[in-house]
Write a protein that binds this ligand. Structure first.
Ligand SMILES: Cc1cc2nc3c(=O)[nH]c(=O)nc-3n(C[C@H](O)[C@H](O)[C@H](O)COP(=O)(O)OP(=O)(O)OC[C@H]3O[C@@H](n4cnc5c(N)ncnc54)[C@H](O)[C@@H]3O)c2cc1C
Length: 329
């Protein structure tokens, strides 16, 4: 039996634990199992395990290939699913390649990064991802999916929509740039750069700035179990937003095409739920969108707590929060 790594620090084990280092191994490794039963794990930083024992096969990638080609000012990368995302960010930033420096210090693996279209500080992986190599569990074949095929949206993709998801991500292809293009669209990052850095900036400086800002706000999962934001920021229609703004004139928002994105952290705080604790679980006092595990041993306690938060936010604002974290039943 294998302990399932997870950043919530919940205790859970797997009876069928599979790992792979090279794509060629996949067809033989996965053949014995009905494809719908296979669970794909990265580093476990965005999952909540509800059971203490899993009999379904769990497969984790250890494929750490990294290839790149530079043409003019473009850098084309091919990276294996098992590569640690933040190692990739640091590597690219040190090479002076622009494109993923704002995604610095996001935990997890490269293979999981497209699943929820990881994003932070004004960047998302969809902006630099050209295609992904997947192993289709159902058809037992390899195939390429282009950026548009992945249907990326805010913290969402085709892989998240399909249930069960037949696509095991084997590797991702990214296109970065050697041309100067810092993205300081995010207010906190812009202020930090203006205060502490001198232009022209380097991607490494930006990556370090993001790391510093994040460290002040987010709990380190090795010290305090968590999976980052538990809920997505809700996107409201014009009508929903107008109604809410009448009741709460100071409500913060970001306009996204025809929708209005509201910080879920604001809703949680205004509902009086910031920093509360129950049964060993709580909302993080510095960032209430993060649910933290103080001393709960099982995922159900965390799940129940999160559902209470969701219910209370709904009662207060009529807004139903969607989960960002993937729940493994
Ligand atoms: C402190 C903290 C801060 C965070 N901050 C951010 C942030 O700023 N922005 C953000 O977007 N996310 C953030 N996250 C969430 C998390 O880091 C990302 O979602 C990350 O991509 C998860 O990677 P993982 O390898 O741990 O995936 P896991 O948690 O192991 O898996 C997540 C999902 O991806 C699927 N999956 C994993 N690997 C593959 C694969 N190779 N093929 C197909 N499916 C796969 C799994 O089945 C599961 O559904 C944060 C998490 C923590 C703990």
């Amino acid at each position: 039996m294998t302990i399932i790594p997870n950043s919530f620090q919940v205790q859970a084990k797997a009876t069928k634990w599979l790992t792979w280092k090279h794509p060629q191994q996949l067809p033989t490794l996965l053949k014995p199992y009905p494809w719908q039963t296979i669970k794909i794990l990265g580093e476990g930083t965005n999952i909540l395990l509800l059971k203490s024992l899993y009999h379904e096969p769990i497969i984790q990638s250890h494929y750490k290939a990294l290839h790149y080609k530079i043409t003019k000012d473009e850098v084309h990368l091919f990276v294996g699913a098992g590569y640690h995302w933040d190692d990739l960010v640091q590597f690219c930033a040190r090479q002076h390649w622009w494109g993923i420096e704002n995604l610095s210090a996001i935990p997890g693996s490269v293979g999981a990064a497209p699943i929820q279209n990881i994003g932070a500080y004004g960047s998302e992986i969809k902006e630099v991802l050209t295609k992904v190599l997947v192993y289709n569990l159902k058809k037992q074949t390899f195939q390429w999916l282009k950026n548009q095929d992945c249907q990326f949206q805010y913290r969402d993709s085709l892989f998240k929509q399909l249930n069960p998801n037949p696509f095991l991500i084997v590797a991702v292809c990214l296109q970065l740039s050697t041309r100067y293009r810092p993205n300081l669209s995010y207010k906190d990052l812009k202020h930090y750069a203006e205060q502490y850095l001198t232009p022209p900036y380097t991607p490494y400086q930006i990556a370090q700035a993001v790391r510093t800002i994040r460290a002040k706000k987010l709990p380190d999962p090795t010290q305090l179990g968590n999976a980052g934001s538990f809920f997505k920021n809700p996107l409201l229609t014009q009508q929903q937003f107008t109604q809410l703004k009448q009741r709460f004139p100071s409500i913060p928002y970001f306009k996204e095409q025809t929708k209005y994105k509201i910080p879920a952290a604001w809703l949680i705080e205004k509902a009086g739920l910031k920093g509360i604790r129950k049964n060993g679980v709580g909302t993080y006092p510095k960032q209430p969108l993060v649910i933290v595990n103080y001393h709960a041993h099982n995922g159900k306690a965390i799940y129940n707590f999160a559902m209470e938060i969701r219910k209370k936010v709904y009662e207060a604002f009529g807004v139903w929060l969607e989960l960002e974290v993937r729940v493994w039943e």
